[in-house]
Design a protein around this ligand. Structure first.
Ligand SMILES: [Zn+2]
Length: 366
């Protein structure tokens, strides 16, 4: 198959500046690389943070890390996905949102390959950085060496498959970190895409009661479809009264686990307060630097709480995320979570709609 000489990418030159289409050269994939034609890339909340300048993002910025694509060409030395399934041009694949520079003690001995020093992420680099095509808002993307790749089964729609490598895998990691058990009561702070997948995965892990918190009425209205028993507005009629109704919903012992997926550190004290003795609090949404919070550390000590953070998920979570979506796609309407489609030259509109929460997950379809 002959490659085109170049491919289009949507870039921005400074935070909040209009997107423009740029064209960069394509070359055959190097050893260990796979060149894919992007099938779909969804806008994650962290893309919005990067675009709005809430965290460092080199420019001209090429965003998009929730991506799937069809293999255009395989580089030398790569023939199979992370589970040993053969890969061929035309196959539709997902891959880890990050790639690491090489082996390291953190991965080999401490089982945290996702935190290898020098780890980088798709959709986080300047488009000027070689090989230029390393983000989702583009026609093509190179899957770089030391990424974890999975071939996607045909039965999954693009809408079901695209969030697997960020939103779904992150919630597999978060619910694993929460050590959920059969019969647990789980509180989910934030009912965006992460929260809805988190609720469904908590159910699959055995939770008998899931309580969801979100200030947005449309999000609460959708929550029941994803396994949330009770959806509560944490601000109404006032935060104190709302907290009391959540407490009542949790039962007399309190929640076994609370998952933070709203990105607002101000919710952390209330989340800790809702936990039972020995409960677990997992941070998965506060991805911005300087997410400061003031809390009573004595509460953590006295209640013997576990407080953990989840970032970049382990490669096994990617495989589990795919298996979860395949197994539960008839039970939960995952396809409906990606509710806006935009061509590459309308990334700006997609970003605006996503930022204003007019859509839950905007998809770029180049
Ligand atoms: Zn993401």
């Amino acid at each position: 198959m002959s490659l085109p000489a170049s491919g289009r990418v949507a870039v921005f030159d400074r935070p909040n500046a209009p997107f423009r289409i740029a064209e960069y050269p394509l070359r055959p994939p190097a050893p260990g690389e796979v060149l894919v034609r992007v099938a779909m890339s969804t806008i994650c909340r962290s893309d919005i943070h990067s675009y709005q300048g809430h965290r460092p993002s080199p420019c001209p910025g090429l965003l998009g890390h929730e991506i799937i694509g069809r293999i255009e060409a395989l580089g030398p030395g790569i023939e199979r996905d992370m589970r040993g399934e053969p890969l061929a041009p035309g196959d539709r694949v997902t891959w880890s949102e990050y790639f690491v520079p090489g082996p390291h003690y953190l991965g080999d001995a401490l089982d945290l390959p996702q935190k290898t020093p020098g780890v980088d992420k798709y959709g986080h680099l300047s488009a000027d950085a070689l090989p230029h095509h390393h983000g989702g808002f583009a026609e093509y993307c190179y899957i770089l060496p030391r990424s974890w790749i999975l071939r996607l089964p045909d039965e999954l729609s693009d809408e079901e498959a695209t969030p697997i490598n960020c939103g779904v895998a992150t919630m597999i990691a978060a619910t694993e970190a929460a050590n959920l058990r059969i019969g647990d009561t789980v509180v989910v702070q934030g009912l965006g895409l992460l929260g809805l997948y988190g609720a469904a995965i908590a159910r699959a892990r055995g939770a008998s009661r899931v309580i969801g918190l979100d200030t947005q009425a449309p999000r609460r209205a959708r929550a029941a479809d994803f396994g949330v028993d009770v959806a509560i507005d944490p601000g109404a009629p006032d935060p104190h009264a709302a907290l009391e109704s959540v407490r009542t919903a949790c039962g007399s012992l309190g929640a076994d686990a609370v998952l933070e997926v709203c990105g607002d550190s101000a919710v952390i004290p209330a989340g800790l307060d809702l936990l039972r003795i020995g409960g677990s609090y997992v941070l998965a949404g506060v991805v911005n630097p300087s997410s400061m919070v003031s809390l009573d550390a004595n509460l953590v000590l006295r209640k013997c709480l576990t407080l953990c953070g989840v970032h970049n998920y382990h490669p096994r979570h990617l495989a589990q995320a795919l298996d979860f979506v395949v197994a539960y796609r008839r039970r939960y309407p995952f396809h409906a979570l990606v509710d806006g489609r935009y061509p590459l030259d309308r990334v700006g509109d997609a970003m605006a709609d996503a930022a204003a929460r007019r859509v839950l997950r905007a998809a770029i379809v180049p």
